[in-house]
Design a protein around this ligand. Structure first.
Ligand SMILES: NC(=O)c1ccc[n+]([C@@H]2O[C@H](COP(=O)([O-])OP(=O)(O)OC[C@H]3O[C@@H](n4cnc5c(N)ncnc54)[C@H](O)[C@@H]3O)[C@@H](O)[C@H]2O)c1
Length: 279
């Protein structure tokens, strides 16, 4: 389809729903997809920041709506998918980017306001990890992604197909000390992606994953000010830099576009070479 003058055209006429769309990687996906012609559903726990992203997308001349959702709730995922179809008539693409780095994390702003320190958590390490902390990370990062996939897949099946991208992480393969819950959740997202791809192909739905490396977002904000941490991550990354949200949004855009029409059950690691280096 030819693009209109205001867009790049790779997502012309498509409706994309982005969970975690109010910040970081999710926000970048919303803006990037909109610039390519999509209408965007910005779904997030934080409705005020989601509304700000809607304004940014509208400034690009594209339609968008904000939907408040806690993706760990089945009921709220279903209501989110209903709201998307009410707004735009269908869902063609979904990026499941809502996620937390640990149980107490919601966003860096909130951590800062509360004085929470990423490296001063009582139950950070495995032997001290509370069931409650473990469960919250699994609920949001793994069960939440599964529930989002189910809710949007039902709408996509009704509409004749679609493309889903789940945000995993290099931490789904590489061990991060002090983050067993997070690593397990992200490994689970990758396996979930393959299972869903196999089962949903009959409905014309492709399901892929993206595993970001070290990306500068609110989530990593706690450690970005730590020069030693940043230098160590840059050394660990063959390309010698941290990633930016657009590095991830571009991979998601490819997987959601028709250019990836024969790609399903795959994972792409935009990580500057961390996985290739096999650390
Ligand atoms: N930043 C990185 O280095 C990095 C690396 C690998 C993977 N990831 C993954 O990328 C995804 C996006 O993270 P980010 O770095 O953009 O972080 P971010 O904190 O900037 O954005 C996450 C968004 O998810 C939302 N959210 C959190 N819990 C939610 C819930 N229960 N329901 C709905 N929305 C919820 C937050 O409000 C926030 O807007 C996450 O899944 C994260 O695990 C990030």
């Amino acid at each position: 389809m030819a693009s209109d003058d205001s867009t790049g055209g790779r997502m012309d006429g498509k409706v994309a729903l982005i969970t975690g769309g109010a910040s970081g990687i999710g926000r970048a996906c919303g803006l990037r997809f909109a610039a390519e012609g999509a209408s965007i559903v910005v779904a997030d726990l934080n409705p005020d920041r989601a509304a700000n992203v809607v304004d940014e997308i509208n400034e690009l001349g594209r339609p968008a709506v904000a939907v408040a959702v806690d993706t760990s709730s089945q009921e709220q995922n279903d209501a989110m998918a209903d709201a998307a179809v009410d707004a735009f008539g269908r869902i063609d693409a979904c990026v499941a980017a809502a996620g937390i780095s640990h149980a107490g994390y919601v966003s860096r702003e909130i951590d800062d306001q509360a004085g929470n320190d990423r490296f001063d958590r009582g139950d950070m390490f495995f032997i001290e990890k509370s069931l409650e902390s473990w469960q919250r990370v699994i609920d949001v990062n793994l069960t939440g992604v599964m529930l989002t996939n189910q809710a949007v897949a039902r709408k996509m099946a009704e509409g004749g197909g679609g493309a889903i991208v789940n945000i995993s992480s290099i931490a789904g393969t590489n061990v991060l000390k002090g983050s067993a819950d997070y690593c397990v959740s992200k490994a689970g997202v990758w396996m979930l992606t393959r299972c869903a791809a196999l089962e949903l192909s009959r409905y014309g739905i492709r399901v892929n994953a993206v595993g970001p490396g070290y990306i500068q977002t609110s989530m990593s904000g706690a450690v970005l000010g730590n020069e030693r941490w940043v230098a160590a991550r840059e050394r660990e990354t063959p390309m010698g830099r941290l990633g930016v949200p657009d590095d991830i949004a571009n991979a998601c855009l490819y997987l959601c576009s028709d250019e990836a029409s024969f790609v399903t059950g795959e994972i792409i690691f935009p990580d500057g070479g961390v996985m290739a280096a096999g650390r």
